[in-house]
Structure formats: structure tokens, C-alpha cells
Write a new protein. Sequence first.
Lengths: 247, 298
Amino acid sequence: MYNIIVLFKQILDIDQMKIDEKTGEPVTKNLPYKIEDLSKNAIEEAVRVKEKYGGKVIAITFGGDQATMSMKEALAMGADEGIILKGYRENNPTLTAEVLATKIKTLQYDIIIMGNQSADSYTGLLPGKLSSKLNLPLLGNAIKLEMEGRKARVTRSGEQRDYVIESDLPAIISVEQEINEPRLPPLVQIMMAGKKPMKVEEIKVNVETYKKVIWNRAPKSDRKRVVFEDIDKGVEEISKVIRSEVK
Amino acid sequence: MKALLFSESGDLASQLLTLLRDKFEINAYILSKDDISEYGASNVFQIETSFPYADNLSSFISEEFKKWNYHVILMVSSPLTRDIAGMLSEILKTEAITEIMKLETGENNKFYTERFFFGGKTIIREESDARIFTFLAGLTDPQKVNTKSNVQKIRIDLKSRVSLVNEIEKPKSSVNLEKADIIVSAGRGIGKKEGLSVIQQLADVLHGEVGGSRPVCLDYHWLSEERQVGLSGKRVKPKIYIAAGISGQVQHIAGMRGSKTVIAINKDKNAPIFNECDYGIVGDLYVVIPKLIEKLKK
Ligand SMILES: Cc1cc2nc3c(=O)[nH]c(=O)nc-3n(C[C@H](O)[C@H](O)[C@H](O)COP(=O)(O)OP(=O)(O)OC[C@H]3O[C@@H](n4cnc5c(N)ncnc54)[C@H](O)[C@@H]3O)c2cc1C
Ligand SMILES: Nc1ncnc2c1ncn2[C@@H]1O[C@H](COP(=O)(O)O)[C@@H](O)[C@H]1O
């Protein structure tokens, strides 16, 4: 039996994101939110640990009111309780870590599962930050997780070799995309998940470091975009292009 | 400004030294015995330790940082240094900016950084008082200088709360996609592992290398990990990049943006890759590629 905390982030649906042709800036208005990709793997892994060894999964997101739908999805995937923390500000891992750590300190848990790097901002700082703040061992970049009594064992992927590492509980585990294939709960289940306990809380913290966005825009793409639907014509033209380039 | 550079390998350290030696006075701490004495570091410390892991390395780096009054910490991005950056940012109570491709110093100890955002769709420029930076690998080729660094070995024995149970070797291949002039990349659209043979044939005709999208390399293991192109793989800059059966999701594009000419082959004419290519053919890759090979052989 394990008490599991899973941390998930809600992000804008990047695949649907359009770029304003004039300014190069992303159009974020009316863009739907979704659960961040690696967070989904984290939720899936948390639920698998529960299903295999027994226990309870508490899902936490620092995201504000609009996170309700994502939280329902997390509950539908198998989390037992949800906590939504308000006051989120984009792209501020120091604030996120402070808020999450403050909340986590009030809870009972054996493991915390999270993604190793979020798919939108790609910062990857939270696992290390939380490990320091909560003074817990970090088993990072897991492609496999096994529990054995009061120990967690993780296969961590590296460039030249994989490492099997372990630590005592409580511990933080950050997962890679390859660890599992997240389940897709049917829509009815997402609706039903509304019956599970879900809390919305506000945690006030102070963050003193300074970071400001100067701009955020798409790099200019000046590709020619000559696309052939006639295969033979395309092959003819493209082989010419390749030849002139290779010589 | 004094900088502490930490790196897992000599090659990555010499890249970063080449990129940053004009901006900082750098001491390089490396986790290997590689000789990097000719890349402009004042001192090179070769660290020996039993099990280098994020927590024990973070305590070591933060002690050095405080002891020698370094101004900034510079690292090459990797899973290990990302964990270290997170830990250090809390231990030293300072911002960390990861995976950057550009760093400029401003006034009043401010820094300007540029990095990918929204999964690689945009680039974000930020001003901060951060003192920890991790850089994308492959931003520059290592270049030697005329001076030599002092080289010293240091042995550290710090305890980690994580223990190593086992190491599993991965099959080695020594492809260097970053340096390839021609890359033919396979996506999930090849449908089966055997499909790689036509990709390989095209690469052979062009004397190029084979690359792949993330599903092909990591999920299916049809190709080795070093061949993955993209945000979490390699950033390549060939003269010709041919994407076959690749949809063109942002994370893939982020890795091939530096290519001179991009050619896409995809059977879906609405695939996003056609917005990111110079030339494209709408069609089944199993029809298109053999025809292309035939034409090129002539
Ligand atoms: C944090 C994070 C990091 C990531 N990093 C990377 C990365 O570094 N690199 C990377 O590649 N991805 C990365 N991804 C994954 C990325 O989002 C996409 O899922 C991936 O790039 C899709 O690969 P694909 O184009 O091969 O497959 P798909 O998107 O499935 O596309 C297959 C394409 O093949 C076409 N096709 C099918 N059959 C044929 C045929 N017979 N002939 C011609 N065309 C055909 C289809 O029309 C389709 O467009 C990352 C994702 C996340 C969340
Ligand atoms: N706002 C958030 N609320 C809860 N968990 C988060 C939040 N942001 C990030 N995480 C978790 O931290 C992981 C790594 O994110 P990051 O360090 O931001 O790249 C994500 O995959 C999530 O599991």
C-alpha cells in the first residue's frame, strides 16, 4: 500500500496553436487546455503503482480554476482525489516549486511522481527543485518503476547506458515518455469523475528572484514550400535540387 | 566574471568553453579524464567519484561556487544537469534557465537568454538575474586556443541518497548526425521496421546518414537513440534533410530547423511538415523513394 502524490501541469494545446503571420507571436486566445504530455505519463504511472500494490493517488495541479476539466480527466484515469491550487503564473518554476512544496508538506505520502520535463516550457527544473525543497531523494528520468517494501527502484535512461537506481521512501520519481502509454478514459468516465473529491485551494507564497519575458515568437521560417502532388513531376524536380546540392 | 563550468564529458565541455570563453573567466569541472587543456579554461578539474549523481554533485558544485566566489554556473543540458540545475537553484536561491541557445550579459548583473518555448514552436527571450544556465548541446564546434589550462585531478566522496544497483550497456554506434551533410529521416509513417531498408538505400545513394523521429527511435527502437532528431534528440544542420513519413510536429521541427534544404515525403497533403519544407511530394513513401533512387542513380 502506497500513498502516492502525482503532480500534473495543464498547458495550452500546442499542436493546435497558430502563429500570427504579422507579429510571429503565438495566438493563445481561445486555445483549449490539455494535460501536459509527460504529466499524463506521470498520472498513468501513479495509477499503475496503485493498481499493482494498492494505495491511494492524490493528483495535484497548480493551475487555477480552469484546471477543473483536466483534473476530472486525471480522476477519470484513476486518481482518487484532486487538489487544484490557485494563483498560477506561466513560466515561473520557482513559484511553482514553492507552492507545490508548501502544499505537499501538509500531506502524507510515500512517493511523488511527476514528469521529467514539461512539453511546453521544457524547463525540467521542478524535479530537482522539489527534491531540494522537500529534502527527498530524486529518482530521475525513469523508464521503469518498481516498488519493493520501503524502497523504490527505477531504470533511468542514459545516452550510453541505462542505470538501475534505488532509494528509500519517501522519494520523488520523475518519468520519461517511454515509461508507459497513458490510458484514454472514455468521456462518460470523465463526467462521472466529478463525484470524486476535488478541492480548490489558494496558497500564498513569496518569490524574490527576477525573470521577465522580452519576447516570445516563432522563428522566421523562409522555407520555399514547393509541394508536388504529381509524384513523377516531384521526383523529377527534387532529384534536380538534390543533384545541385550534392555537387 | 568568474564562471564554474560543469560537464559530464570533455567534448561537451570544450564546446561550451569555445562558446563562452570570451565572456567569462572559466574553471571547468569535468566528470571524465578527457584532455581539454587547450580550450581556454583557466583551470580544469577532472573529478573522480564513485557514483556521480545529481544530489552529491549539487552539494559539491554549490560548495565550490561559494568557496571561490563564482558568479555563474554553466552546464550543457542533459538529464543529469537538468536535475542538478533544479537542485542548485534552490540551494543557492537563484534562478536557473535551462536549454538555452543564446546568452548575453546586460547591465546590473542581468542576463538575456533565448530558448525554445511552446514545444519548440517559439523562441522566448528573457531578462533575468539567473546565475545558473544550461546550454543545448551542439551550439558550436570546439576550437582550440594557444594557451594551456592548469589541469588537476580531484577525488570527491560525497554520499548520495540514491544507490546504483546495476548498469545496462546499450548497443554502441558512433554516428554523428550533427556533422552529417545529408540526412534521410524516417518517421512512424514507415509502418514497420523493415521499411528502414528503403530509407537506408536512399541514404546510401546520397552518401548520407539515416535519422528518425522520436517514435521510431525511442518507442519502437527501430533506430538507436542517437539517431533521433528533435527537441529531445539531436539538432542537425545538414545541406539536405529528407523527412519521410514524418508528420512534422513542433518537437521534431525544432531539431531540423538548421537544415539548408528540407524535402518532405508524406501521403497526407495536410501534414504540417509541408509548411516546414522547401520541396515536398504528396505520396506513399514506398512509391516515391524507389522512384527517387532510380532517378538519382542515373
Ligand atoms: C517533451 C516531448 C519531446 C519530444 N521530442 C521529440 C523529438 O526530439 N523528436 C521527435 O521526432 N519527436 C519528439 N516528440 C514527439 C512529437 O511530438 C511527435 O509525436 C513525433 O515527432 C511524431 O513522429 P512522426 O512524425 O514519426 O509520427 P506521426 O506523427 O505519427 O506521423 C506519421 C506520418 O507519416 C505519414 N505516413 C503514414 N504512412 C505513410 C506512407 N506510407 N508514406 C508516406 N507518409 C506516410 C502520416 O501521414 C503522418 O503524417 C516529443 C514530444 C514531447 C512531448
Ligand atoms: N503547475 C504545475 N502543477 C503541478 N505539477 C507541475 C506543474 N508544472 C510542472 N509540473 C510537474 O513537473 C514536471 C516537470 O515540469 P517542468 O519542470 O516545468 O519542466 C511536469 O511534467 C509536471 O509533472
